[in-house]
Design a protein around this ligand. Structure first.
Ligand SMILES: Cc1ncc(COP(=O)(O)O)c(C=O)c1O
Length: 450
């Protein structure tokens, strides 16, 4: 095994590796549950599950370790055209938990990352409808490939690249804290949802749009979404009803990007289920492999053309490999057997109850919002003007790391002022409480200097 000191690891990493995300000079060594350790033995509470929720089942879950070890000793890669039992089993398990109307009524292409799943979903939509254009939302994030970057409206890392032709944006999900029209619910009459029809009518060539793709909550964009943690209420369900009806009216396929929101994180297996939204296709990754690269574009069975079932139409070499499928099976079994969605709902409500109060007790906390263990804390310099406190969010992030806690900060779409909380879904109460206390302490220290 590789042995290095922290200094050696940092030096070699700086010399050879490009850290596209940004560079954090902490050398991570090992982990268990909701805690990871650096090479110096310092422990950190993982309130992000590493990359935006990947470790939903927690670090080094025993089932994951056992399944992967067992599979690795048998075979590690197979030509994707062959049949392998772990892929067949994974497909059946994912179909069983898929959101309605796809539950046990779907087919899927299995890949490695969220970007691959979304690229696949868009190709599916284009091949099936014969149309080539796609609509997404401002502040969305669907992946880092050249084409998917065209689904973002603006983001620092989009600069310098052409927008993929035929990709368009409409305003983000209901984000009542900063309504882009300055309206208030319910007087707004769900103007944000109606933008989809407006755009389909006037913004594109008639009947040219294959799909509308949307995250249930805009994750990287800043946990934009409804303004409390009860999405089952209006305006969110109505918003999604309007979107679904519009897609049906204009023969546009609806893709739910569940890469961040799915696998129990929002208190149901999939984010779309929180709103009773019925997707035609959904994409999933991150937590799906419990830390190993597994993703899928899952489509309603009746939409799948015969030629897609066996002919060659799409290839990612490493998708659905025996080892990653063993990991995917473990993650899906843990999701179901350990009732992770329910745990996320319960723990999310516990945490939310405490930190929603921060809107009243902390001058820089503008809004706390979320669903399940998908929680955002929007920091502002002034509660009246709502000027974004981007530097403060960065400072809270750094202070939390010093104090032994990792959380996220929104980074895409110009909204770097939202703290993002996504701990493992079965995080015990004492660790959850300790984490909240650290975050509050960091907020206090930062606001004292403002
Ligand atoms: C909603 C969403 N979709 C897609 C992706 C892209 O996934 P990946 O980085 O695995 O390609 C991400 C990554 O953050 C995401 O949050």
């Amino acid at each position: 095994m590789i042995k290095m000191t922290t200094e050696q690891a940092i030096e070699k990493s700086k010399k050879w590796c490009l850290h596209g995300w940004g560079f954090i000079p902490i050398a991570v060594d090992s982990a268990k549950g909701a805690v990871f350790k650096d090479l110096n033995g310092k422990e950190y509470l993982d309130f992000l599950s590493q990359t935006a929720g990947v470790l939903g089942i927690g670090h080094t879950h025993p089932k994951m370790v056992a399944y992967v070890k067992e599979q690795l000793e048998k075979i590690q890669h197979v030509l994707t055209g062959f049949v392998i039992p772990p892929r067949a089993e994974f497909g059946e398990k994912l179909a069983a938990v898929a959101p309605p109307p796809l539950t046990n009524n779907c087919m899927m292409y299995i890949a490695c990352g969220g970007s691959e799943a979304n690229e696949t979903a868009l190709k599916m939509a284009m091949l099936i409808t014969g149309k080539k254009e796609v609509i997404s939302q401002y502040h969305a994030y669907h992946g880092g490939t050249l084409a998917l970057m065209g689904l973002l409206a603006q983001a620092p890392h989009r600069k310098g690249f052409l927008r993929y032709p035929g990709f368009h944006n409409i305003p983000a999900t209901p984000y009542c804290y900063r309504c882009y029209q300055g309206k208030k619910y319910p007087d707004c009459d769900h103007e944000c949802a109606r933008q989809l029809e407006y755009h389909l009518k006037w913004g594109v060539e008639e009947d040219s749009v294959a799909a509308f793709i949307q995250e249930p909550i805009t994750g990287n964009g800043g946990h934009m979404g409804p303004n409390d943690n009860n999405h089952e209420k209006e305006p969110d369900k109505v918003y999604h009803k309007i979107i679904r009806e519009t897609c049906d009216k204009y023969n546009v396929l609806y893709i739910s990007d569940e890469v961040q929101c799915g696998m129990g994180r929002m208190g149901k297996n999939w984010g779309c289920m929180v709103y009773d939204m019925k997707p035609d296709i959904f994409t999933t990754a991150k937590a799906l492999g419990g830390g190993l690269p597994v993703s899928a574009a899952v489509i309603r069975k009746d939409l799948v053309p015969e030629k897609m079932k066996e002919a060659q139409w799409h290839i990612f070499t490493m998708g659905g490999s025996p080892i990653t499928m063993a990991a995917g099976i473990a993650a899906l079994e843990v999701l179901v057997e350990e009732n992770l969605a329910e745990k996320a709902k319960r723990q999310g409500e516990r945490i939310y109850k405490v930190i929603k109060e921060w809107e009243n007790t902390h001058k820089i906390v503008g809004e706390v919002r979320g669903e399940g263990l998908f929680i955002g804390i929007e920091l502002v310099k002034d509660k009246k003007t709502k000027e974004k406190a981007i530097d403060a969010a960065g400072a809270v992030f750094s202070k939390c790391l010093e104090k032994g806690l990792l959380l996220g900060v929104s980074a895409v779409g110009g909204w770097g002022n939202v703290l993002k909380l996504k701990p493992p879904l079965a995080i015990p109460d004492d660790q959850a409480d300790k984490g909240i206390a650290i975050i509050e302490e960091a907020i206090k220290e930062v606001e004292a200097k403002m």
